[in-house]
Write a protein that binds this ligand. Structure first.
Ligand SMILES: *Cc1c(COP(=O)(O)O)cnc(C)c1O
Length: 388
């Protein structure tokens, strides 16, 4: 199964035993990342063998941390379509435009990938109860996978989170706590209560395995493009785990010899009302400041501080990528354009990628002939209140 060999701190580089539960690096409080024996895997697995496997994230099981298959909790996550967006592309003057449609995942967002892996591995390592701070979609995904594993879930969301997110967690049997403030405040309470009651906190990048699930978006995209990568990836960025995950995926694929050195330019799109990473990027900084008074209808982008800020910014600089904001109105217009041209009902986060693409095309940063992938990170159904 897994070729996991150790955990390594993304900042100080120290290595840790992978077979016990960890949150942040005990030495420097930064994210821990999973490392695999890629040299050995290269001699044991050919990329062509993947084609015959199940169309879920578990087709990459050697590159995921779960060691005993009995702990693999699956609801059919991953295996999402990479849709050629011909009509939208011709409308915007882009010849090779694709949409990675993560709205097809269990609970309607790519959060399912991360939480399938985090819950499976936490269960395997003996966690009894799980908790999570969330702006909305992560809480639903944790609730689903914890239920499927038979573990109790405790979710913490902002008090003003849209009703649909609460309804979903309720139906999935989680204990719900609404917190005054933002996801950052939820993070504080979730962490305090996890310590007090002996729960394992699954806050993104504060445990090592959600990013492992999310990296499968990168593997899948490479496989769907027959082991090549696009020129540009446009990603709606909150905590940025998706970007960190895909970056990690490409590094691993290169070490396996399955792809070359070329990397896509990563584009981080944030909301005009909450753009800590865009601000830091434009100022050329290596970390981001806390964003005060964060406001946007895109709940997944209402993240005023990202634990992995230094990793995300480095990826944007290293790939000669960029970061930009779009307004809430532009996101909804983007979602409507995607809806009427491609038949996808998407979240405002995903609409943001369409608005960003238009801006980058108009400014000349994107050329008509480049291969571009937009990430539809979540379906529109939980955000239907925005269209009433
Ligand atoms: C969480 C979320 C995001 C942000 O994802 P990160 O990888 O944490 O930056 C974007 N879109 C949707 C729909 C989300 O739920």
């Amino acid at each position: 199964m897994s070729y996991l060999i150790h955990l390594q701190c993304s900042s100080c580089g120290q290595k840790f035993d992978p077979d016990r539960l960890w949150n942040l690096c005990p030495a420097c409080d930064k994210p821990l990342l999973a490392r695999y024996d890629l040299g050995r895997l290269q001699t044991q697995l050919k990329k062509e063998e993947l084609a015959g496997r199940e169309p879920t994230i578990w087709r990459y099981r050697e590159l995921l941390p779960v060691k005993d298959q009995r702990y693999q909790v699956t609801l059919g996550e991953g295996g999402t379509p990479l849709i050629p967006a011909k009509i939208l592309g011709s409308r915007l003057g882009i010849q090779h435009l694709f949409i990675k449609d993560e709205g097809n995942n269990p609970t309607g967002s790519f959060k399912a990938r991360g939480l399938a892996v985090a819950v499976s591995r936490a269960w395997e390592l003996g966690a009894g109860q799980l908790s999570i701070p969330s702006a909305g979609n992560a809480a639903g995904a944790l609730s689903a996978y914890a239920a499927a594993a038979g573990l109790p879930a405790f979710v913490y969301m902002p008090r003003d989170v849209p009703q649909n997110f609460i309804a979903e967690c309720k139906a999935l049997g989680a204990s719900i706590q609404l917190v005054d403030g933002l996801i950052s405040d939820c993070g504080r309470v979730s962490n305090e209560e996890a310590k007090k009651y002996g729960r394992f906190d699954c806050s993104t990048l504060k445990e090592p395995y959600r990013v492992e699930g999310k990296k499968t978006m990168g593997y899948e995209m490479a496989e769907q493009f027959n082991w090549s990568l696009p020129e540009v990836i446009i990603y709606p960025t909150g905590g940025g785990t998706g970007i960190v995950g895909m970056w990690k995926a490409f590094e691993e694929l290169e070490q396996l010899g399955w792809i070359g050195q070329k990397r896509p330019r990563f584009v981080a799109v944030q909301a005009a009302g909450c753009a800590p990473l865009v601000k830091a990027f434009l100022e050329g900084k290596s970390t981001a400041d806390f964003w005060n008074d964060a406001r946007t209808v895109a709940d997944g982008l209402r993240v005023p501080a990202a634990v992995g800020d230094f990793i995300i910014l480095k990826i944007l600089y290293d790939t000669r990528g960029t970061a930009l904001t779009v307004t809430d109105q532009e996101m909804i217009e983007g979602a409507n354009l995607l809806g009427k041209t491609q038949g996808l009902f998407v979240s405002p986060e995903s609409g943001a990628t369409v608005a960003a693409l238009q801006k980058l095309k108009n400014s000349g940063w994107i050329k008509d002939s480049e291969k571009i992938v937009l990430f539809n990170t979540g379906s529109g159904y939980k955000y239907s209140h925005l269209w009433y």
